[in-house]
Write a protein that binds this ligand. Structure first.
Ligand code: GLU
Length: 467
């Protein structure tokens, strides 16, 4: 049973790299009947934003990954951190360091000049003299002076850090605020984490956190450090490549399941399977199969997945999703037909909305180029004849196939080519030449409305205005 968490710092919006880490953590917890917890790491007051916290919570609501406990906020846990800092001081496992900024700068400059890695030199580690005046001390942990810090990473394998890679780092600043590596270790332990999945940009923090676990006698969770998502050319993902707020995916018309399916495959695979329902993800995901190398963001694949889900979710669901885009289709008596028709070609909900509107909105202007090309001298009389056919048969014309049944003979009798009839009708019904099958559009609009639109187009002479 795995207890996992996602612990974003609300210094920016939640982006897809974060959401992927959260998804992996969520899947692993749920698969093992464990718990998934959300913790907002908002100790950095200067860089946190309330909007970012809201956007993170909103994003989790959208994708439906609920925290199994009330969302924890580090900003509300100050007393807990203070308690452990005092405990470490009392036990002699941490100490006050009075080095001034200047002294620290000097030390760093000397080490750099000697081509050494800058690290604290431990000068206050065993200090028992009189502290210098006017300096508020920081608290440092006593990191081990020899040996190696080792752990088995679920993705990277055996990790080993030499003790000199971890100095006596600061666990509380001079203003008393605890530092990141300290609070993460405390929280992960008190929140009973068994498995910590996070981006591999945190790999170098892990030995420091292990020092804290050891100092406090806490159990060390299993770590999985997940390689980054890069852009297709192998560089860090930028906003343009997709590193945007997760909620932007919603407003661009992606379905949550398409995004999650996309993310699960960015860094993990199960053979060459591409489509994963949430149930399949839950039964198949295993963090020990996470790829060791970074993955590449591929927008085309995301669009392809989104198109797949748009075609496969229920029309009721689509109608609900479309409300977000101010497209109300629920009450429409031809809802099923409209959605069946339009979802076939839509890659996003935004495209779906525009395909629906393209049919439903009465055209006020007509495609001039299309009209020039397809509206010939004899077109109007042909359309008038076709209107007659529709009027005569209107009681039997409900489905696309009914329309087809009267239209095909009409085309043959009048020795027409399909576009000669279809394009003028498309232009009449929707204003342009890009609409789906004429049979479908007439069926969706109904014969009465279709006739009305064709008559209006004729009366306006088609090419009055440009679109
Ligand atoms: N708060 C950290 C971040 O947003 C994550 C810490 C962790 O997962 O251990 O990068």
């Amino acid at each position: 049973m795995a207890i996992t968490r996602f612990a974003p710092s609300p210094t920016g919006y939640l982006h897809i790299g974060g959401l992927r880490t959260a998804l992996y953590s969520y899947l692993w917890a749920k698969k093992t009947n464990g718990e998934f917890k959300l913790r907002i790491e908002d100790t950095d007051q200067a860089r946190n934003s309330e909007d970012a916290v809201k956007a993170i919570i909103e994003a989790f609501d959208w994708v439906g990954m609920d925290s199994d406990c009330e969302v924890e906020y580090q900003s509300k846990r100050g007393d807990i951190y203070t308690k452990y800092i005092n405990q470490l001081l009392d036990e002699g496992k941490a100490y006050k360091c009075y080095m001034s900024r200047d002294e620290l700068d000097q030390l760093r400059a000397t080490q750099e000049a000697n081509k050494e890695t800058p690290r604290y030199d431990g000068r206050y580690r065993d200090f028992d003299g009189t502290p210098p005046e006017g300096i508020e001390p920081v608290i440092r942990i006593k990191a081990p002076l020899d040996g190696r810090l080792e752990f088995e990473d679920g993705v990277k394998g055996s990790m080993s850090f030499n003790h000199d890679q971890v100095d006596d780092f600061v666990i509380a600043r001079s203003n008393g605020n605890p530092t990141y590596n300290f609070v993460v270790a405390i929280d992960d332990s008190l929140m009973n984490m068994t498995d910590v999945l996070r981006g591999d940009d945190h790999l170098t923090n892990t030995p420091k956190q292990i020092v804290i676990y050891n100092a406090l006698g806490f159990d060390i969770p299993k770590f999985y450090h997940i390689p980054m998502i890069n852009n297709p050319s192998g560089k860090k993902l930028s906003k343009r490549d997709g590193a945007m707020n997760v909620m932007d995916y919603k407003s661009q018309g992606y379905l949550a399941e398409a995004l999650l399916n996309f993310l699960v495959r960015l860094g993990w695979s199960n053979g060459d399977q591409e489509i994963f329902s949430m149930e399949e993800m839950l039964s198949l995901f295993d963090p020990s199969n996470i790829n060791k190398s970074s993955s590449a963001y591929n927008e085309e694949k995301l669009l392809w997945l989104n198109a797949h889900y748009i075609k496969n979710v229920s029309n009721d669901r689509l109608a609900n999703e479309l409300k977000y885009f101010n497209c109300e289709i629920h009450g429409h008596d031809k809802k099923e037909m409209i959605l069946d028709l339009c979802k076939e070609r839509a890659n996003t909900l935004v495209e779906l909305k525009s395909a629906i509107e393209n049919i439903m909105k009465v055209p006020t202007i007509y495609d001039k180029k299309g009209s020039k090309k397809f509206i010939k001298e004899n077109t109007i009389s042909m359309l008038e004849k076709y209107i007659n056919i529709l009027e005569l048969n209107q009681d039997t014309l409900h489905l696309p196939v009914d329309i087809e049944l009267v239209t095909k003979p009409f085309i043959v009798e009048n020795e027409l080519k399909f576009p000669q009839l279809f394009q003028p009708i498309r232009i009449s019904l929707t204003g342009g030449t890009q609409a789906p099958s004429v049979y479908d559009v007439i069926a969706v609009l109904g014969v009465q409305e279709s006739i009305k639109r064709i008559k209006t187009a004729i009366s306006k002479n088609f090419d009055k205005e440009e679109i």
